[in-house]
Design a protein around this ligand. Structure first.
Ligand code: 13P
Ligand code: SF4
Length: 302
């Protein structure tokens, strides 16, 4: 609609005038892509947030992503257009689970997915994302690894490491809901399509996948693969990125939408830029503690 174009140019003007870096996760709504300077997966966006000289970062994504940007770049002012955009998994199996599991397995290191709160990161040894989880688990010194919060990502990593993984019980409600039946039905509708899944999917879905990648990895995989159609096992917003970047190929989704991701709207972004609302404010000592596992991750997966 015409009003969106006005809003988009107003936002771009405001951001440019103030030197604000706008980052957006791949699952953001199509109109958010138009105002973002960079679109990417959790690891790509964390790196960009860490490296930028911009005084303000406006993060279009969910809570833990904006928090991660702040932790990695504490001098910057980080704004999130809706602080209530909370990744549900990041609030499962958190700080207390890490403490309890450590007591039970004193020799194990704690690897926490970036989809966690700052308090959980603060009691973790190293973080990981879906793009580097196997590499990170293999990099730690201990033979036993406490992995939280995602039970599905833990199960996925277990397939590729000799380490003993002690999983927690968290999960992503979008990926965990993908069923064999829906993948089966889509494969019957589109024979020859390659099935690409996110590692947050259940093990039985991973078994059906031709490739498993982070959202950033999917974009590269689909661009480079020599096939022309794909069934995508991740949040359906990903299709927008794939269709716009790889326009000559076909993409079909078997997943639903992540409601927290869609809480970010153009109106909220404009409000953020005009009033400075939605600033991420974290406890300094918690932030300092959470920076250790995040920086360690970035160092390992350089
Ligand atoms: P990516 O790091 O692969 O983008 O995943 C983030 C996420 O929240 C997946 O649900
Ligand atoms: Fe969190 Fe799942 Fe949404 Fe990713 S898709 S942000 S894991 S709730």
């Amino acid at each position: 609609p015409a009003c969106n174009y006005d809003l988009i140019s107003e936002i771009r003007e405001l951001a440019d005038r103030q030197g604000v870096l706008i980052l957006a996760h791949n699952y953001q709504a199509p109109e958010i892509y138009q105002i973002a300077e960079k679109i990417g997966d959790s690891l790509e966006l964390a790196r960009l947030a860490q490296e930028t000289d911009a005084e303000t970062i406006l993060f279009c994504g969910v809570d833990f992503m904006a928090d991660t940007a702040k932790i990695l770049n504490p001098q910057a002012r980080v704004l999130i257009p809706d602080p209530q955009a909370r990744c549900t998994m990041a609030h499962m199996a958190g700080e207390q689970a890490a403490i309890d599991l450590r007591e039970q397995y004193p020799d194990a290191e704690v690897v926490s997915y970036v989809n966690t709160t700052t308090a959980t990161k603060a009691v973790s040894d190293i973080c990981c994302t879906s793009a580097n989880a196997i590499e990170i688990v293999d990099s730690v010194d201990s033979e036993q690894v406490i992995f939280l919060p995602d039970r599905n990502l833990a199960a996925y990593v277990s397939r590729f490491t000799r380490k003993e993984i002690i999983p927690a019980a968290g999960y992503c409600y979008v990926h965990d809901a993908i069923t064999r039946e829906s993948v089966d039905a889509m494969q019957k509708l589109h024979p020859g399509a390659v099935f690409v899944a996110h590692p947050e999917c259940r093990p039985e879905i991973i078994d059906m996948a031709d490739a498993v990648c982070s959202t950033g990895g999917m974009a590269r995989f689909c661009r480079d693969a020599s096939v022309s159609s794909f069934i995508i096992g991740t949040e359906s917003g990903m299709l927008h990125r794939l269709r716009s970047e790889v326009a000559e190929k076909k993409f079909f989704s078997v997943a639903g939408i992540c409601a927290p991701m869609k809480q970010i709207t153009l109106e909220k972004i404009k409000a953020c830029l005009t009033t400075g609302s939605g600033e991420v404010v974290l406890d300094k000592s918690l932030m300092d503690a959470a920076r250790v596992p995040l920086e360690r991750m970035i160092e390992v997966s350089k």
